[in-house]
Design a protein around this ligand. Structure first.
Ligand SMILES: Cc1cc2nc3c(=O)[nH]c(=O)nc-3n(C[C@H](O)[C@H](O)[C@H](O)COP(=O)(O)O)c2cc1C
Length: 214
């Protein structure tokens, strides 16, 4: 598809009204539809999402992560279990994820609780990564203060030698989280700032769907 055809297709996709009776009853299906379109049309990383967490003093913080899996329960990302985000998720598992797909003028927000995925699942993902990324995970105590760039490069070389040519074990301090959502908002840009916002809230195991003013 050339750029002109792609733009025409994007126009067609985003000109449709996002309405309560047109969306899927299950927000996971709605996410899946939009995610597929984002993967087709987004020029920047469509799996990138902003993860927000809260610390013990109720201060929020946000950072980008990459979504690595979506299953019927929730949304999976991987990180260092000693990082700031991980410490915050331990003291308060409530978190949100935000996807911005700007080519499609779309935003998806979700809120829920997080928990660690099984070690087996983390192992499978860890071993699917390039060898250098696996060494990198061993070498970086994410979110701790380090003196300079050289110390990081030295650590990488130290671990490259130490880990040799064998399979690299998953570090105890590294793995996945799953965010299990109880709230979603799908935002579609529309003319005159009259954007569509369709939300889903989990109530007694049912997804209640409603519209918010833009
Ligand atoms: C596009 C992009 C993708 C990223 N993906 C991840 C990721 O999947 N996991 C991760 O731990 N950090 C990822 N990062 C780095 C985080 O944004 C952040 O710097 C790091 O996780 C430390 O955050 P913390 O100190 O709040 O724990 C990514 C950054 C960018 C810009």
């Amino acid at each position: 598809m050339n750029k002109k055809e792609s733009n025409t297709t994007i126009e067609k996709i985003i000109s449709k009204e996002l309405a309560k009776d047109k969306v899927f009853e299950n927000p996971f299906n709605q996410f899946s539809l939009w995610f597929d379109e984002a993967k087709q049309f987004e020029t920047f990383e469509p799996t990138a999402a902003v993860l927000s967490t809260i610390d013990k003093e109720n201060h929020p913080s946000a950072r980008t992560i990459l979504l690595k899996d979506v299953n019927e329960k929730g949304f999976v990302f991987y990180t260092n279990y000693g990082s700031k985000k991980a410490k915050e998720l331990t003291s308060n598992p409530n978190a949100s994820l935000l996807f911005l797909w700007k080519e499609l003028q779309r935003q998806v927000r979700m809120e829920g609780t997080t928990k660690k995925v099984s070690r087996k699942e983390s192992e499978e993902y860890f071993h699917s990564r390039p060898r250098e990324s696996q060494i990198g995970a061993w070498a970086s105590a994410q979110s701790s203060v380090i003196p300079d760039r050289k110390s990081l490069d030295d650590k990488f070389e130290e671990y490259r030698k130490k880990l040799g040519e064998d399979e690299i074990p998953l570090p105890d301090f590294w793995g996945g989280y799953i965010l299990v959502p109880n709230y979603f908002e799908f935002w579609q840009g529309r003319p005159n700032r009259l954007h569509d916002r369709i939300c889903y809230k989990l109530e007694n195991n049912n997804w209640k769907i409603f519209r918010l003013a833009p």
